[in-house]
Design a binder for this molecule. Structure first.
Ligand SMILES: Nc1nc2c(c(=O)[nH]1)N[C@H]1C(S)=C(S)[C@@H](COP(=O)(O)O)O[C@H]1N2
Ligand SMILES: [Mo]
Length: 322
């Protein structure tokens, strides 16, 4: 049974204090430097853990950049995008990149099931080699009002939908993150409705912007960013972008996502970016750029209105922007 929590003070992703968490982490790292903790692996640079193991998909990167997606913003520093993360399975704060290195990403089986011609399980390696990989630079906007601009490598989600051959009655796709009890300490926080799931309508999933990312900055995805595959929907708030996916389920019922299960007064299914629709506890008018800290105005659909506005024609009664 799902535990439905309505208490915003316990669960909102905004409620952590990154500064204090960061200070604690620095204390911790000082401890390591002083030799009080002999954990050499912890001080490895981010991403090295994967690079050291054999990444059998390394030959796929970098992929050719698709020049159609132009962003009038500087690309966020790689070091920022790889160390300031949300991945609650590894902790409910931003500095989980070290902890995430424990995640096991080989072998990685992806299930495609529900309303499809033939449910299948496929190894990630086989799947990614069937898909048309390219690089795209996209804006990214978290509901907490921070933003980044990153080069993702991946494939249009439409290619996966075509591969899955959904039945005509399927309307939605539910996506689920892995649950690794032995590597994900966050799963012990029982008040969260694990596993992390998210959903899209099939028309959203087949919109040209929707992407399944397998890489970032010209390399395969680091674990903290959702290796080996995660969703990227740049017109929606960041929490839609479910990481480390193990299952795509085609269904005629609208999925109730992780955050919506926790608090449907603050987080909804659609979650489209709109500066004019404030979150119940804060404004969405501005966003803070990760590298510079600069505050800039947020744009409708995060600047992707021309691509996606048609998806929502005639849906004015829906809560499209939360
Ligand atoms: N499984 C899982 N996916 C997740 C999250 C999470 O906690 N668990 N956080 C989401 C949120 S709130 C954001 S903003 C993005 C952050 O992605 P990044 O760390 O690659 O920047 O991941 C999203 N996907
Ligand atoms: Mo987020």
């Amino acid at each position: 049974m799902l535990i439905r929590r309505k208490k915003g003070w316990e669960i909102a992703e905004r409620d952590v204090t990154p500064e204090s968490v960061y200070k604690n982490r620095r204390q911790f790292l000082k401890g390591i430097a002083a030799g009080s903790i002999g954990a050499a692996a912890i001080s490895l640079p981010i991403g090295r853990a994967l690079a050291q193991g054999s990444d059998p998909t390394a030959d796929l990167y970098p992929a050719m950049r698709n020049p159609a997606y132009v962003v009038d913003r500087a690309i966020t520093d790689k070091s920022k995008a790889l160390t300031y993360n949300n991945f609650y399975e590894f902790g409910s704060h931003k500095f989980i990149s070290d902890a995430a290195q424990a995640m096991k990403i080989r072998p990685w089986t992806v299930k495609i099931d529900g309303m499809v011609e033939k449910p299948i399980e496929i190894d990630f390696e086989d799947l990614v080699r069937k898909m048309p990989l390219e690089e795209r630079v996209y804006r990214f906007r978290c509901v907490e009002a921070w933003a980044m601009t990153v080069p993702w490598t991946g494939f249009p989600m439409k290619a996966l939908v075509d591969y899955a051959k959904p039945l005509s009655g399927a309307k939605y796709i539910e996506m689920q993150t892995a649950e690794q009890k032995d590597t994900m300490p966050g799963l012990r926080q029982f008040w969260y409705p694990w596993p992390y799931i998210e959903g899209l309508t099939i028309s959203e999933a087949t919109n040209e912007l929707a992407m399944i990312a397998t890489g970032i900055y010209g390399e395969s995805l680091p674990k903290q960013n959702g290796a080996p595959l995660r969703l990227v929907t740049p017109w929606k708030y960041g929490f839609k972008n479910v990481k480390s996916i193990v299952r795509f389920t085609f269904t005629d019922k609208r999925p109730v996502s992780f955050w919506e299960q926790l608090n449907d007064g603050e987080y909804g299914f659609w979650a489209n970016v709109n500066p004019k629709v404030p979150h119940p506890r804060w404004s969405q008018a501005q966003e803070r750029l990760l590298t510079t800290g600069e505050e800039v105005p947020t744009q409708l659909y995060n600047g992707y209105e021309e691509y996606v506005a048609d998806l929502y024609k005639g849906m004015e009664d829906e809560k499209l922007f939360m």
